[in-house]
Design a protein around this ligand. Structure first.
Ligand SMILES: NC(=O)c1ccc[n+]([C@@H]2O[C@H](COP(=O)([O-])OP(=O)(O)OC[C@H]3O[C@@H](n4cnc5c(N)ncnc54)[C@H](O)[C@@H]3O)[C@@H](O)[C@H]2O)c1
Ligand SMILES: O=C(O)CC[C@@H](O)C(=O)O
Length: 412
């Protein structure tokens, strides 16, 4: 009897780290996956290297670093799920060149971050962090000095994407004036308007809030000279990524009173697990709200993220669709009932498709459907055929032998 070509679901190992929602586990179970290993923390590097070598699918949040070196150990890995928005913890190019698509949840915690940011803007404008700290120490200083309504004040939003626009809409509903800065041309929502540039935004805002991704261009985007461009006594909120702000420059400005206060949720170096020591130059400053990277950590957001990312991973594993992958050619595929589906991920070099097609032509196998998308470095072609089990084994082996092949899979 011919050997089976598709990998049985019961052998597919799913490794879920960092306490992703139970919804994710349930989604895999309902789709027929049974080998699901769940950890509520990220794993130490050595252990992760061992575990990732066995896993076919891995789910992480922001603490697990999937570097090129780590991914080189992931010999069986077919897909990565980031159960969050940010994907800078994964070397996306390295994953693509290994033929591994990465999925995330681009909107599921947007509202949670936006609500927190607007609440923090109110707290900072009222001087609540300092007043609360004083009361905790047994102090009492009832005064309106330095305390302001947000109504009529200006909030400056850096990065006017999903979160930035939500912040703008909620802030405007509270009567705030909204300005934004983005590297892309953006449609202004409500009465928001684009600042002439970052410096212009900094100069006119009472509260500045950051909502950019971590990229080489956003690293230390707010340093000493940008802080010097802000209004004296203005406030800074960072719930984007820690490396976007020069944290020593921020600490200095908060200590000197150049800035009135800050709310910081993300840090250049964050503890790996709950209970680990948190260290920052901002610790102990009364005018700072410190939170442990929980901007998107509401039960609503985590439940939605669990469903969304697990569904994308299951769809890729079962059907091959890569729609909404962040690093990979996107192919939306119909069902393939009655056909064998072969997936071929390859280096995007000239002549690859003709070599693929030559294999089917020589085998005398008709192609029912074919789907191809390429990125500059990687191509992804999906071929549906009516083939016997014996032909299927041979076809997959021949596809895998084409020079430049990164991965092949077959789905029945
Ligand atoms: N604290 C948390 O828990 C939490 C939760 C969710 C997201 N985040 C972070 O927030 C970031 C933003 O999320 P989003 O969903 O709004 O992303 P998004 O992609 O929708 O928006 C980001 C915006 O930043 C703009 N941008 C990129 N580089 C820029 C630059 N150099 N200068 C100005 N603008 C620039 C983009 O054009 C885009 O409009 C994420 O990348 C993630 O790192 C944090
Ligand atoms: O849940 C996390 O660990 C990350 C949350 C947030 O930073 C995101 O990128 O969505």
């Amino acid at each position: 009897m011919a050997k089976k070509t598709s990998y049985p679901k019961s052998d597919i190992r799913v490794l879920l780290l960092e306490g992703v929602s139970q919804n994710a586990v349930d989604t895999f179970r309902e789709a027929g996956y049974s080998q699901i290993e769940v950890h509520d923390k990220s794993l130490p590097e050595d252990e992760l290297k061992r575990r990732i070598a066995e896993a076919h699918i891995i789910g992480i949040r922001s603490r697990t670093q999937l570097t090129a070196e780590m991914l080189a150990e992931a010999r069986r890995l077919i897909a990565i799920g980031c159960f969050c928005i940010g994907t800078s913890q994964v070397d996306l190019d390295a994953a693509e060149l290994l033929g591994i698509p990465v999925f995330n949840a681009p909107y599921s915690n947007t509202r949670s971050v936006a609500e927190l940011v607007v609440a923090e803007a109110i707290m900072l404008m009222r001087g609540i962090p300092q007043k609360s700290a004083q009361c905790h120490r047994g102090g009492w200083s009832k005064s309106a000095a330095g305390s302001h309504e947000v109504r009529g004040k200006t909030i400056g939003i850096v990065g006017y994407g999903h979160i930035g626009t939500q912040v703008g809409l909620i802030a405007e509903a509270l009567g705030m004036r909204v300005v934004f800065h983005d590297i892309e041309a953006k449609l202004s929502l409500g009465n928001a308007h684009a600042a002439a540039g970052l410096d212009d935004l900094l100069a006119q805002s009472d509260v500045v809030t950051l909502h950019v991704p971590e990229t080489p261009a956003t690293r230390d985007m707010i340093g000493a000279s940008q802080i010097a461009s802000m209004r004296p006594g203005a406030h800074l909120i960072n719930a984007s990524r820690g490396k976007v702000v020069d944290i020593d420059a921020l600490a200095g400005a908060l200590q000197s009173g150049q800035l009135g206060g800050a709310a910081v949720d993300v840090f250049p170096v964050e503890p790996k697990a709950n209970g680990d020591l948190f260290e920052s130059p901002l610790v102990g400053l009364d005018n700072v709200i410190l939170t442990p990277h929980i901007g998107g950590s509401t039960l609503e957001a985590q439940d939605n993220i669990g469903l969304e990312v697990a569904a994308k991973l299951v769809r890729y594993s079962d059907n091959g669709s890569t729609l909404s992958a962040v690093n990979f050619p996107e192919v939306t595929l119909p069902g393939h009932e009655g056909s064998l589906r072969l997936l071929h991920i390859h280096r995007n070099v000239p002549g690859m498709l003709s070599r693929v097609n030559e294999i089917f032509s020589q085998a005398g196998v008709n192609i029912d459907g074919q789907f191809l998308r390429t990125h500059p470095n990687v191509g992804y072609v999906v071929i549906d055929v009516a083939a016997t089990d014996a032909q299927a084994v041979q076809l997959k082996e021949q596809l895998a032998a084409i020079p430049g092949t990164l991965r092949t899979r077959s789905l029945v």
